[in-house]
Design a protein around this ligand. Structure first.
Ligand SMILES: [Zn+2]
Length: 431
């Protein structure tokens, strides 16, 4: 596969970000010995370095990843930064030095990568629909709209940790507030937005359509995207980033994910051919221009699929992806030991009519358990799910399938639709 095009400026910033980290950031002192030298091309320098993990971030918090001898205590006092913690399991949680102006600039640069969002700026009205563990105001009691409205322009439609707490009252309130607030952008966790859309379709209620819907927070299921497109007329665009690294990829109007090259460097690391390489791989991200945090080769933990042909939209610079396929930690294995991403399972199950959600757990290398939420609960759905999964895992795969009323999200408030109950030996798989 051909390496993508990058501008001379991109390489220049890659060098500068690395030089600044090695020269001034305490956490990278031991990395200096790995650097082959400043005269060496940026790609070779980066490839020679280790990956930065969330554990490294925790070990060096708060001062260890700060560049240029800046002082965290002073930054907090001046209001330039605040502590923001990501949610999840112990191994997922990280506290970040949150710098709002850098975040906004990273977001605005990503908007330029899609014709439907290129006109946006931070003055337009925006509604957010996500777990309150991810964003907004968390509250057990219901909050009035004014208490969920920030600066008059950002409305958090939900104040609950999970959508399992929603009743008809909350669905009706969200539908009414969309119509009343009339946001230009609706940024949403796809699992939550799909629930609102199904409620609207089931109850024949029409929802106000914003100009554009931005899908983020977790890997969208194709069954959820289908439902969102049925209920809302706006273009649906996936944005991929992380709290730690900012906005990394943005889907263009042709559906390709383009790298946000003005704000991050991405190193693509293909998997072994047996497991989907060289098109499928991990990525290490180096954000640019963040004055308070220097992440170099941050392992975001997701698997992505490279595109081969040029995108018809005409954008040329940077990696472009046909898909983000889910977290490496959520992969399962086929009967022959091949890696199976969440997206692969999702594609197969999304072809089954009437499914609304699912959770696939690989109990042992030979046994898979699937729970499904489905309209109608028919025998044909069970048979179709079994066939779909056997096409992914192998004809002899032992697959147990049960209907259930609902699926619970993970402790982060986000959904984890596939995983194995045994270690996958990632070190052996990745290289
Ligand atoms: Zn494109």
């Amino acid at each position: 596969m051909q390496k993508p095009y990058f501008s001379a400026e991109y390489y220049q910033i890659s060098h500068e970000a690395l030089d600044a980290a090695l020269d001034t950031v305490p956490a990278y002192r031991p990395w200096r010995a790995c650097d082959p030298g400043r005269h060496v091309p940026a790609d070779e320098r980066y490839a020679a370095l280790p990956l930065l993990t969330k554990q490294d971030m925790r070990d060096h918090f708060p001062q260890g990843l700060v560049p240029g001898n800046r002082n965290v205590t002073a930054g907090l006092e001046l209001g330039e930064i605040e502590y923001v913690q990501t949610n999840g399991t112990t191994s997922e949680k990280v506290t970040n030095l949150w710098n709002q102006s850098w975040w906004n600039a990273s977001e605005a640069a990503s908007w330029k990568l899609n014709a439907h969002t290129a006109h946006l700026d931070h003055s337009c009205r925006e509604a957010q629909l996500a777990s309150a563990l991810s964003v907004g105001v968390l509250s057990r009691s219901d909050l009035p709209m004014q208490s969920r409205l920030l600066n008059g322009r950002l409305l958090f439609l939900n104040e609950k940790a999970t959508a399992l707490e929603w009743t008809d009252v909350h669905y009706a309130r969200m539908a009414a507030e969309l119509g009343q607030f009339k946001p230009e952008i609706l940024e949403a966790n796809p699992s939550l937005l799909a629930r609102l859309c199904w409620w609207a379709l089931d109850n024949r209620i029409s929802l106000y359509s914003p100009r554009v819907i931005l899908i983020t927070y977790e890997l969208p299921s194709a069954m959820h995207l289908q439902c969102i497109r049925r209920a809302l007329r706006a273009p649906v665009v996936s944005s991929y980033g992380t709290t730690e690294a900012g906005y990394i990829f943005m889907q263009c109007e042709q559906g390709t994910f383009h790298q946000n090259t003005g704000f991050c460097r991405v190193d693509f690391m293909p998997l072994q051919d047996l497991h989907g390489g060289p098109a499928l791989g991990r990525i290490a991200v180096t954000p640019f221009h963040n004055p308070w945090t220097a992440l170099i080769r941050f392992d975001v933990g997701d698997l992505v699929r490279r595109g081969n042909a040029a995108c018809p939209c005409g954008r040329r610079e940077g990696w472009h992806l046909t898909a983000v396929e889910g977290r490496a930690a959520d992969c399962t294995l086929s009967l022959t030991g091949r890696l199976v991403t969440t997206a692969r399972v999702d594609d197969a199950l999304s072809a089954v009519g009437g499914l609304r959600d699912y959770e696939l757990v690989q109990q042992t290398p030979e046994r898979y358990c699937l729970r499904i939420v489905a309209e109608g609960r028919t025998r044909a759905q069970i048979d179709a799910c079994r066939q779909a999964l056997q096409s992914v895992y192998g004809r002899a795969a032992g697959i147990e399938i049960d209907f259930c009323d609902d699926i619970e999200p993970a402790v982060s408030g986000k959904y984890r639709r596939t995983h194995a109950r045994f270690p996958l030996d990632p070190e052996g798989l990745w290289t």
